[in-house]
Design a protein around this ligand. Structure first.
Ligand SMILES: [Zn+2]
Length: 317
């Protein structure tokens, strides 16, 4: 315990450094309302949630990422566009692995383009949903349990890496699983974004303690490098998450409540006056939020970042 009564932060989950500085003393879980801290490693600069929960399950409600039909349709459209961009320039369909594939919306977009699609989804009930899509192979085992020779042209981790307590062993395994010329694509929130700086501990995409690591472009590149990967590209365009993050983070600041819209949409809170007020204010904020998001993408400070990584030369093929 320190003099202030706050326990010393956990060691850094990437470099192991023990001298973390607390940068957010009160970061509240918007779902369970439990309080956590965010620390920054004095050695490598990585920001991470502390203390890290011993068991993750209580922080993942049943409705986590269980989307209604309307949201599913919108996501399908956004994922479809993204997958088109990722496969552009390839003459032949390839093989893709998605780690944390959820109900398999992204993999369906690959399958429609003739790709062989394997998904890993640790939640058995969600995996069952994904298996209903024809042509998808879905497993619940970790990536290291896949047959030793199995390699992929693309490995996707879409808003997954920030949930992993120790990302380096997983990324190393991904590096081993890339076919020659293969790429890893990982999308994570950007802790140094304008949106994060504006909203502080009330930022929608901080989402402690489900998000265990809060990457910036610099710390993400360093984590990839430590794992035998090299950052080959970084972009900041997330139309489905970034403007919404501005709206909800602004509502959090205006109303003093945490994620009113998101909690309602997840089925955690009933419909009521606070939800109506948030919808009205949210509608008024939609246009400025979209403009701000677009400006932040151009400035390289968007709330979500998409990194493309290849095996580093030092790691060999
Ligand atoms: Zn560190």
């Amino acid at each position: 315990m320190s003099l202030t009564g706050t326990p010393a932060p956990d060691p850094c989950p990437v470099c192991g450094g023990a001298a973390g500085q607390l940068i957010y003393l009160q970061a509240r879980d918007p779902i369970t309302r439990a309080v956590f801290q965010v620390a920054e490693c004095s050695a490598c600069g990585l920001a991470y949630t502390t203390p890290r929960p011993r068991v993750a399950d209580p922080f993942y409600p049943q409705s986590y990422r269980a989307y209604g039909p309307l949201v599913t349709r919108a996501l399908r459209m956004f994922y479809n566009r993204r997958v088109s961009r990722w496969v552009r320039g390839r003459s032949q369909p390839g093989s893709v692995l998605e780690i944390g594939c959820g109900p398999g919306l992204m993999l369906q977009a690959f399958h429609r383009r003739g790709w062989s699609a394997l998904g890993i989804e640790r939640n058995e009930a969600v995996a069952q949903t994904a298996r209903r899509s024809p042509g998808l192979e879905i497993v619940t085992a970790p990536v290291e349990d896949l047959p030793a020779g199995r390699r992929f042209d693309l490995i996707i981790m879409f808003q997954v890496l920030e949930h992993i307590g120790e990302p380096v062993p997983l990324l190393r395994e991904c590096a081993r699983r890339l076919a020659p010329g293969g790429r890893l694509i990982t999308c994570v929130p950007n802790f140094s974004s304008w949106q994060s700086q504006f909203a502080g501990p009330g930022w929608l995409h901080l989402d402690v303690p489900r998000h265990l690591i809060h990457f910036t472009p610099r710390t993400l590149a360093a984590t990839l490098e430590r794992s035998g990967l090299a950052l080959a590209g970084l972009r900041f365009a997330s139309p489905e998450h970034d403007p919404y993050g501005w709206v909800e983070s602004t509502l959090n600041r205006l109303t003093g409540r945490a994620n009113t819209l998101t909690r309602f949409l997840m089925g955690l809170d009933p419909f009521g006056p606070a939800v109506i007020l948030s919808f009205v204010l949210g509608a008024a904020l939609a246009l400025p939020a979209t403009l701000l998001a677009g400006a932040s993408w151009l400035a390289g400070s968007g709330a979500l970042m998409e990194a493309i990584a290849i095996r580093s030369k030092a790691a060999g093929e």
